[in-house]
Ligand binder design. Structure first.
Ligand SMILES: NC(=O)c1ccc[n+]([C@@H]2O[C@H](COP(=O)([O-])OP(=O)(O)OC[C@H]3O[C@@H](n4cnc5c(N)ncnc54)[C@H](O)[C@@H]3O)[C@@H](O)[C@H]2O)c1
Length: 261
């Protein structure tokens, strides 16, 4: 990892911040990208990394991030498509803007990242690695967060496709599927664009009480260690809460039982 260049979206907070710190500790050059400017500047200064304001929902903004990273460091080796927002609500009552906001950031953010950065990674003589942040909610559907589940299932599907397509290319792919991590995810409304607001959701409020928000989270540094090791070992699945895989097992059993009946 030492001497290589990493770009982490959503790097101003939570898991992205912890990944950026872990990469700095490994001797990497790091760019963090985030839409929340003040947190971005503070985190960049604290970690001693480059901070570039980026809206991952905007293709041009992500392309500008790629261009600025190349201008600064010559290339990019590790791309962490990590920026994300939580929730979206119960499907029966979610507004179209609830869907649009969550999918714009969580799904289109990943697509924009791949579109802008894959040519750089694939052109490297010394390869590269993509880490897409999905969630346990990309492997099993939790009630109350339909748009979020949709976005994360899509990120898992994109990652599996990409891994198959890039086999032998020198660019590895991992998908990060954590359970609950102690971050600012439950205050995601803070970064919601005004034109996509849902007046019933208070920007300052913690997400509604639910099965997910009541879970006790792990520290983001633990997640960052998993990510670092998965890149080094070139492993696809990054599972930080293996105890939650029982839900995946139940889902798979129900699929096989009903599908083969
Ligand atoms: N915290 C958890 O329990 C958990 C569990 C599974 C997956 N995840 C995923 O981890 C990733 C990181 O989230 P976190 O938990 O660290 O939350 P966080 O809110 O602490 O950090 C997310 C960061 O993304 C940034 N962001 C939001 N919208 C953006 C946009 N349009 N463009 C650029 N940056 C934007 C935020 O400003 C913030 O700094 C997300 O993809 C999230 O879905 C989190």
């Amino acid at each position: 990892m030492a001497g290589r260049v990493a770009v982490v979206t959503g790097g101003a907070s939570g898991i992205g911040r912890a990944m950026a710190k872990r990469f700095v500790d490994a001797g990497m050059h790091v760019v963090i990208a985030d839409v929340e400017d003040e947190a971005l500047q503070t985190t960049a200064a604290e970690l001693g990394v480059v901070g570039i304001r980026t809206d991952v929902a905007d293709a041009a903004s992500v392309q500008a991030l790629a261009d600025a990273s190349v201008e600064r460091f010559g290339t990019v080796h590790v791309l962490c498509n990590n920026a994300g927002v939580g929730g979206g609500g119960v499907i029966a009552t979610a507004t179209l803007n609830d869907w649009k906001w969550v999918l714009d950031v969580n799904l289109w953010g990943v697509i924009h990242g791949l579109h802008a950065f894959l040519p750089l990674l694939l052109a490297n003589d010394d390869g590269g690695h993509v880490v897409n942040t999905a969630s346990m909610a990309g492997l099993t559907a939790w009630p109350g967060i339909g748009p979020y589940n949709a976005s994360k299932y899509a990120v898992v599907g994109i990652s599996e496709t990409l891994a198959a397509e890039l086999r032998g290319s020198g660019v590895g792919v991992s998908v990060l599927c954590p359970g609950v991590v102690n971050t600012n995810i439950f205050q995601s409304q803070r970064n919601r664009p005004a034109e996509l607001r849902n007046p019933t959701r208070n920007p300052g409020a913690r997400a509604a009480n639910s099965q997910v928000t009541n879970m006790v989270g792990i520290d983001a540094t633990i997640v960052a260690d998993h990510v670092h090791d998965a890149i080094v070992d070139d492993r696809f699945w990054i599972i930080t809460h293996p105890e939650l895989l029982t839900h995946v097992e139940e889902r798979t059993h129900s699929l096989l039982d009903e599908g083969r009946r």
